[in-house]
Write a protein that binds this ligand. Structure first.
Ligand SMILES: O=C1O[C@H]([C@@H](O)CO)C(O)=C1O
Length: 551
């Protein structure tokens, strides 16, 4: 294979508010160059991406995270406000520059407050170099992002979440497929001036296929809240990639996908070519009355706007956990592409996920600590020894809740807020056991997709009930576990993952549900920060690093 010269790909993005009607209902959305979803980045392995980002929000800060890119050697480019950089101020331009070092399906999105759900997101596709080939075959490559959509602004939502009494965001108004959905304008209380059922922006998204051809469909989810089941009427999907890693192919009728995950599936257009077919995304795990998101699989030469003659598939029952657990458990690394994990770990952190009242506020906690974002980004604080910028008390590794009842409402009166971080010894192997529990509502536990910045982790196993180290650690898959950057913790269950603390920097690890992270459901890992090179001054200018910014 000839060595291909790596390229530099430059993008000029302007982030601003615009009135959009992605589900026929007009609302302010955060756009990139006028678009939501924003422009897709398509690059090849080894390319350098340069995004010159101008913040034209006038009165609001911004930051963009490159989801799934590990930022090896550039931890300051991770785009996580409060962790790796100061926010980009209105009218300022910030230049993101990083290398995409691995093929796969990735995402980008806002990582400041809850802005992601205002529409600031897009896809990042990294192709193999010319002359290299995937271990599977397809004729065409397509990407879609699934999302849920609220008519309230994220600012109104975050205000409610941090109020006493607590105001929950509720279920989304619609599900978007590649930025398009359909809110029913005849819903009582809908102002007719705001809802236009025939607005061109809310025509269903259509993927045109040529009969007989096979499509690689890259599917990412950036929902604010919802777990989804995605299916294409009459077509099976063969899963071949997850979060940038090849998986041993397996075939599904519906794909469960959680916020922050990406999958590639192969779909062959082998059905009756005289018609179109529905693609449908349904909310699972929550008892939601949001209507399913719909798009069209358009068989050429039928008209892409022609509705399929059938009723869209209803999808699985929202509360049936078994198939979701079964899909999670079925995924294996692809033979020939297995990276076996270290067989032992140096440290195990058990993270009990609970919902609590802390000081009268409704919060999510990890081992009774609810996360608050500091004003001085950790990376800057560690590198410049500004350690009074955040809580220096060590956090618990959480092995002490053997008597905790995960199946009942618990008050957890010791729950508190903190912005302390976990410090990991560089180049060690760390296990994290994510333990789910009952929320503050009786007989209720939710699905939480946990996302780790700066790494991929091995998914060692899943279980129902409380993790039992003596019994469950023996069942870990140490042979062919997949690597991912986002994984679900199922209701009342646990998920075990392992990673190498080998990427110098400071990295967020959090529930990818926008409101849950806002309510404290996350932690921060520091590793090898003494090995991080000189930080660019462009990430500075806030908190204790106020005077450090040199334009
Ligand atoms: O964080 C959450 O709060 C609500 C509910 O638990 C409040 O009663 C909910 O469904 C969440 O996911």
């Amino acid at each position: 294979v000839p060595k291909v010269e790596a390229r530099v790909r430059r993008y000029k993005w302007e982030v601003k508010y615009e009135m959009k009607s992605p589900d026929c209902y007009k609302k302010l959305a955060i756009t990139i160059n006028g678009r939501s979803p924003g422009p897709s980045i398509v690059a090849r392995v080894g390319d350098t991406i340069i995004v010159e980002l101008k913040n034209s929000l006038f009165t609001e800060n911004v930051a963009i995270h490159w989801h799934g890119i590990r930022q090896i050697g550039t931890p300051w480019m991770d785009g996580t406000e409060g962790v790796t950089q100061c926010p980009i101020l209105p009218a300022d331009t910030f230049v993101y520059k990083f290398v995409v070092d691995r093929p796969g399906t990735y995402l980008y999105h806002a990582h400041y407050g809850m802005q992601r759900e205002d529409g600031l997101y897009g896809s990042l596709r990294v192709l193999l170099n010319e002359g290299e080939s995937e271990p599977f075959q397809y004729d065409y490559d397509r990407s879609i992002i699934l999302n849920d959509w609220y008519h309230n602004s994220s600012k109104q939502q975050s205000f409610g979440l941090s109020s006493i009494p607590f105001v929950w965001v509720g279920e989304p108004q619609s599900i978007l497929i590649q930025g398009r959905g359909k809110f029913d304008c005849s819903t009582p209380g809908t102002p007719t001036a705001l809802c236009n059922a025939s607005h061109p922006e809310c025509a269903p998204y259509a993927i045109t296929v040529v009969p007989g051809k096979t499509y690689r469909l890259r599917i990412g989810s950036l929902t604010a809240l919802s777990a989804l089941s995605f299916e294409i009427e009459g077509h099976n999907m063969t899963v071949v990639e997850a979060d940038g890693h090849y998986v041993e192919p397996f075939t599904v009728k519906n794909l469960f996908i959680y916020s922050g995950e990406t999958y590639s599936v192969l779909v062959t257009a082998d059905q009756d070519p005289s018609r179109n077919y529905w693609m449908s995304a349904k909310i699972v795990s929550r008892n939601s009355n949001t209507t399913n998101g719909l798009a069209i699989l358009n068989y050429y030469p039928n008209h892409p706007r022609r509705d399929p003659p059938t009723t869209p598939p209803a999808g699985p029952h929202w509360d049936d956990r078994r198939p979701r657990l079964a899909q999670s458990g079925a995924i294996r690394a692809r033979r020939g592409f297995i990276h076996p994990p270290p067989q032992i770990s140096d440290r195990t952190i058990v993270m009990l996920n609970t919902q609590n009242n802390v000081g009268g506020y409704r919060r999510w906690s990890i081992n009774n600590v609810s996360f608050n974002m500091p004003h001085t980004p950790y990376l800057i604080a560690y590198k410049h020894n500004l350690l009074d910028a955040f809580d220096q008390r060590p956090l618990s590794d959480g092995h002490d809740f053997t008597t905790y009842n995960i199946s009942a409402v618990q008050t957890n009166p010791n729950a508190t807020t903190s912005n302390a971080a976990y410090r990991l010894k560089f180049n060690t192997t760390v296990d994290v056991i994510l333990q789910n529990a009952n929320t503050m509502n009786p007989d209720n536990s939710e699905t939480h997709p946990w996302h780790l910045h700066g790494h991929d982790f091995w998914v060692l196993g899943y279980g129902v009930g409380k993790f039992d180290a003596t019994k469950d650690a023996g069942s870990f898959n140490l042979v062919d576990p997949i690597m991912k950057n986002t994984v679900a913790v199922h209701p009342f269950g646990w998920t075990a993952l392992r990673f190498r603390a080998d990427n110098p920097g400071v990295w967020a690890f959090h529930c990818h549900i926008e409101s849950h992270f806002f309510m404290g459901m996350g932690v921060v890992f520091e590793e090898g920060v003494e090995r991080v090179g000189e930080l660019p001054s462009s990430i500075m200018g806030c908190g204790h690093a106020k005077g450090f910014y040199k334009p």
